[in-house]
Design a protein around this ligand. Structure first.
Ligand SMILES: NC(=O)c1ccc[n+]([C@@H]2O[C@H](COP(=O)([O-])OP(=O)(O)OC[C@H]3O[C@@H](n4cnc5c(N)ncnc54)[C@H](OP(=O)(O)O)[C@@H]3O)[C@@H](O)[C@H]2O)c1
Length: 258
C-alpha cells in the first residue's frame, strides 16, 4: 500500500515525455513534475526544452532536457541510454510527438503523407522500442509502469481530408490495445489518449486551405480543449492505483460533435 502524500503521487517516478517543447507535451511535463515525477523532456527545439526545464525547476520540480528527433532511431536509443545512466531508467513514457497535415487525397501530398507516417507511426515505434525494456523492468521491480500513447479522436471518427493523419492515429490506438494485452501481465499499463481539438501549435503546421477554414470555423463555434486539460488527464491516469489501467480515454471539447 502506497503511503505517498496525495499531492505528490508520482514521487519516485521517472517520466519521459516526447513532443515536450510545446502544446500537450509541454503542459504534461509541467503537470507530472508538479505531481512529483522527475521528468525527461524530449523534442527537437533545445531552446524551448531548456526554458521548460528552468520553469519546472523554479516551481520545485526536477527536469532533464534531451534534444532529439524521434524519427532518428540512433538518437532515440541514445536518449534512452542517457535516461538509464542518469536516472536509473523510465517508468512512465508519454509517447506524444506528432504532426497533423490534412490535404485532399487527390493532391497527392506524398511528402506530407510520409512526414506523418515517419513521425506518428515510425517515430512512436522507435520510442517504444527504446524504452520498453526500462518500462518492463520497472513493472517487475516496482509493480507498475506506464506507456501512454497520444492518439486522437481521428482514430475513431471520420474527417474528410484527414485520412492519412487519422489512419496514423488509428494505428496508435490499435497498437496500444495490443501492447496492453502483451505488457499488462508484466505490470506495464498501456493507454491511448484520444483528444478532440486542443488549441496548440498542431494547427499552425496545417497548409491546406480547406482544413484551415474548417479549423477557423470550429474555433469560432466552440471552446477548444487546452493542453492543460490533457495534462490533467495524463496525471490522473498515471496516479491511479497499479491495478487500474485506463485502456483508452477519449476527451472532447464539450461542443465538438464528431
Ligand atoms: N492539438 C490537437 O487538437 C490534438 C488532438 C488530438 C491529438 N493530438 C496529438 O497530440 C500530440 C501533441 O500535439 P500538440 O497538439 O501538442 O501539438 P504541438 O504543439 O505541435 O506539439 C508537437 C510536439 O511534437 C514535437 N515534434 C515534432 N516533430 C518531432 C520530431 N521529429 N522529433 C521529436 N519531437 C517532434 C514538437 O517539438 P519540436 O518541433 O521541438 O521537435 C512538439 O513538441 C500529437 O501526437 C498530436 O497528433 C493533438
Amino acid at each position: 500500500m502506497s503511503t505517498l502524500a496525495p499531492t505528490t503521487p508520482l514521487r519516485d517516478r521517472v517520466a519521459v515525455i516526447t513532443g515536450a517543447s510545446s502544446g500537450i507535451g509541454e503542459a504534461t511535463a509541467e503537470k507530472l513534475a508538479s505531481l512529483g515525477a522527475r521528468v525527461v523532456v524530449v523534442a527537437r527545439r533545445a531552446d524551448r526544452l531548456q526554458n521548460l526545464v528552468e520553469r519546472i525547476a523554479e516551481n520545485g520540480g526536477t527536469a532533464v532536457a534531451i534534444a532529439a528527433d524521434v524519427t532518428d532511431t540512433t538518437a532515440v536509443q541514445a536518449a534512452a541510454d542517457r535516461v538509464e545512466a542518469e536516472l536509473g531508467g523510465a517508468d512512465l513514457l508519454f509517447n506524444n510527438a506528432g504532426v497533423m497535415l490534412p490535404a485532399p487525397i487527390e493532391e497527392r501530398a506524398a511528402g506530407q503523407w510520409q512526414h506523418q507516417i515517419d513521425l506518428n507511426i515510425a517515430g512512436l515505434m522507435h520510442v517504444i522500442g527504446a524504452f520498453t525494456p526500462q518500462l518492463v523492468r520497472a513493472g517487475q521491480e516496482r509493480g507498475v509502469a506506464d506507456l501512454i500513447n497520444t492518439s486522437s479522436i481521428a482514430a475513431q471518427n471520420i474527417f474528410p481530408t484527414f485520412a492519412v493523419y487519422s489512419a496514423t492515429k488509428a494505428y496508435v490506438t490499435h497498437l496500444s490495445r495490443h501492447l496492453r494485452a502483451e505488457l499488462g501481465a508484466r505490470n506495464v499499463r498501456v493507454s491511448a489518449i484520444e483528444p478532440g481539438i486542443v488549441g496548440t501549435e498542431l494547427q499552425s503546421h496545417v497548409t491546406d486551405q480547406g482544413a484551415l477554414d474548417w479549423l477557423e470555423g470550429s474555433k469560432k463555434s466552440m471552446e477548444w480543449l487546452t493542453a492543460q486539460d490533457i495534462a490533467e488527464t495524463i496525471g490522473f491516469i498515471a496516479a491511479l492505483p497499479p491495478r487500474v489501467n485506463l485502456q483508452q480515454v477519449t476527451i472532447m471539447p464539450t461542443a465538438q460533435a464528431g
